[in-house]
Design a protein around this ligand. Sequence first.
Ligand SMILES: Cc1cc2nc3c(=O)[nH]c(=O)nc-3n(C[C@H](O)[C@H](O)[C@H](O)COP(=O)(O)OP(=O)(O)OC[C@H]3O[C@@H](n4cnc5c(N)ncnc54)[C@H](O)[C@@H]3O)c2cc1C
Ligand SMILES: Cc1cc2nc3c(=O)[nH]c(=O)nc-3n(C[C@H](O)[C@H](O)[C@H](O)COP(=O)(O)O)c2cc1C
Length: 751
Amino acid sequence: MRLISIGGGPAGLYFALLMKKADPAHDVLVVERNRAEDTFGFGVVFSDATLEHFAEADRETYEAITRSFAHWDDIDIHYRGEVLTSTGHGFSGMSRQRLLDILQRRCAELGVRMQFQKEVTDLAAYADADLVLAADGVNSFIRSRYAEHFRPQVDWRPNKFVWLGTTFPFPAFTFIFKESEHGLWRVHAYRYNESMSTFILETTEPAWRNAGLDQADENQTLGFAERLFAEELQGHRLLTNRSLWRNFPTVKNGCWHHGNLVLVGDAAHTAHFSIGSGTKLAMEDAIALARALQRHGEADKALVAYEEERRPEVDSLQRAAQVSLEWFEQTERYFGRLEPIQFAMSLLTRSLRVTHDNLRLRDPRFVATVDRWFASQAERQTRFAVPAAPAPPPMFTPFRLRDLVLPNRVVVSPMCQYSAEDGAPNDWHLVHLGSRALGGAGLVITEMTDVSREGRISPGCSGMYKPEHVTAWKRIVDFVHATSPAKIGMQLAHAGRKGSTKKLWEGIDEPLPAGNWPIISASAIPYYPHSQVPTPMGRSDMDTVRDDFVRAARMAEEAGFDLLELHFAHGYLLASFLSPLTNTRADEYGGALVNRARYPLEVFDAVRAVWPARKPMSVRISATDWAEGGGTPDDAVELAKLLKAHGCDIVDVSAGQTVPDQKPVYGRLYQTPFADRIRHEAGIPTMTVGNIASWADVNSIIAAGRADLCVLARAHLYDPYWTRHAAYEQGYELPWPDQYVSVKGFTPRLP
Ligand SMILES: Cc1cc2nc3c(=O)[nH]c(=O)nc-3n(C[C@H](O)[C@H](O)[C@H](O)COP(=O)(O)OP(=O)(O)OC[C@H]3O[C@@H](n4cnc5c(N)ncnc54)[C@H](O)[C@@H]3O)c2cc1C
Ligand SMILES: Cc1cc2nc3c(=O)[nH]c(=O)nc-3n(C[C@H](O)[C@H](O)[C@H](O)COP(=O)(O)O)c2cc1C
């Protein structure tokens, strides 16, 4: 085969040597515009896990690479005059120049042809090659030239960074956070040989401009950074090497191959330097592509197989890189607000890939310190004794809202059961909620319970609008209180334009075939084009619905509920006022967010006035509509501030379900970043919900301060005893009801 790599970075060189090694008959050429000894940047980092792939692919380069490594286990975090250390992280750094030398030498040894100082501007000369690698890096001209086929998306991130070096051999992977009069600066520094370290300086664009660095040349940048970090550099110098301030581009492509062209490495995808995996991804691409070619013999099939194999891996890493880079873009949110140990925990678990549990395996002492600190905070917050040695896992610490103290941080999410008759809950609801309370959650929230018959989603929805409902709900509340330490909240709602529809399993949000009732909303916009058109609410409708909420709240108090949650989310009646997609009113209830929030807040105030002062109230919101022109996370922060000012105790942060053509970005913990943001920026406790399935995630979220409570829906359908099982797996004792004490002598056999 005739194989050409345009670009002699890690991706191009590694692919070339792997192919030549696989079959010396291949004609393999690498074309590189720089000289062999040129390089930009200083060191690169690999995690221990990456290296195993390299050992399998080519032992010679693997050994040469590992001989050149500076290895470390510790991460040092410099924060407000303290240095916190976490160990067990297993990373290696090496000079980028050294890596390229090794790859070039191995290419030469195997007979790869290399042309340096040749800038390729036209691919015509390579038209008859079996394969042309676009290994031409982040600014790939090949990707731009064939953009209509590759469909690149380049997301330029707002922060500014510059890649410097230093003669100070940092003893650990080091993050420095430092304030100057211009703003907050972040340093990512790591050693790449005995005497040298990479030193990446990052900040926000305003801080960068305030410091005049938009006008600075390399030397002025160097001088600025040396002065600011004189203490940390301990008299050592910084070094430049084409050290220009840049913005990081997150690169993705709709397709990775076209004809005989294939994208690899940074040309195909980038991963932010804060998770240090760009070189790893580039080299893993080379391995996958070389293997696919060997397996399939011909390029066409191999390219499809290569993309199929690599894309999920890259997508997953890019998702982790995205949350990590956002953490660094938003560090001001945490800086100064979090105590050092929690700041460190937030940093270490920022990509949501490293959990409290992984971290405990790596560094039990660090996690024990986090847990002890967290337990002491919980003790202070609840005024309940929490043991310090050993401290409970963070999820098993209590939490106070007004006079209500929850025994732990796990919440059963509201989940419609569509099993009530004219709003009345029955044995199904008793068993559903009762078993989840026995299952160990700290708080169980009822399904969306409607404040009037017309306010129901479906004919099977539960309600709180008839005297019989109080009796029926009280039976459930009493059961929960009598048999478990769990508390129970009621979610009150009105379905608005999503009302008069079918049960979940008969067709969610679809209008009833018969027996529809009239529906109301902020504006006369149907959910689906074929849905019933709602009547826009006039003032008398508003009074009626507000009074329905007040009546329902009084009934909930009579039934003995511990907490009330108002449903401002998912496109139901109160949410229909909040979203600009469903509220096009021209009166004082439409327009700017303060206007759109006016009626929902009026309802909140009226309910708060009758709900006992000792009992807390929560509001569930959609932090984004996931739709063009809809509510945004910025709006959610503003709404949370308003809620706080009106006496709301905690915001239950959900998202979407406002419009059917939403474009949600699903994934593990996909809504947690919204809860994190609201908690810090609005200064109100939050509950997070959405694809939380492991106790390790719950512990990490709680300990890092991303939310105060974790709300699980489907996980609790799957396993009513989710919290008990989490306790068992962590060796933590949760009291059993008397009827079940015998279980203490029983050891389950788990796979
Ligand atoms: C600040 C910073 C820190 C980083 N830190 C790390 C880290 O710690 N760990 C890590 O793994 N990764 C890190 N990376 C990422 C890493 O540098 C890249 O992901 C990696 O180099 C990608 O390899 P590549 O072969 O795809 O592209 P590159 O290494 O960019 O190589 C592309 C090559 O193509 C050549 N070229 C481009 N156009 C042409 C042309 N028209 N004709 C001929 N030649 C051409 C270029 O000269 C270059 O040599 C960092 C990146 C940055 C910006
Ligand atoms: C069967 C079912 C019914 C639901 N009913 C409600 C509800 O009544 N009120 C509400 O706010 N959310 C409701 N939701 C959304 C969940 O509370 C939760 O926000 C969502 O399922 C994401 O959490 P998960 O990934 O843990 O399932 C429901 C979800 C399911 C699966």
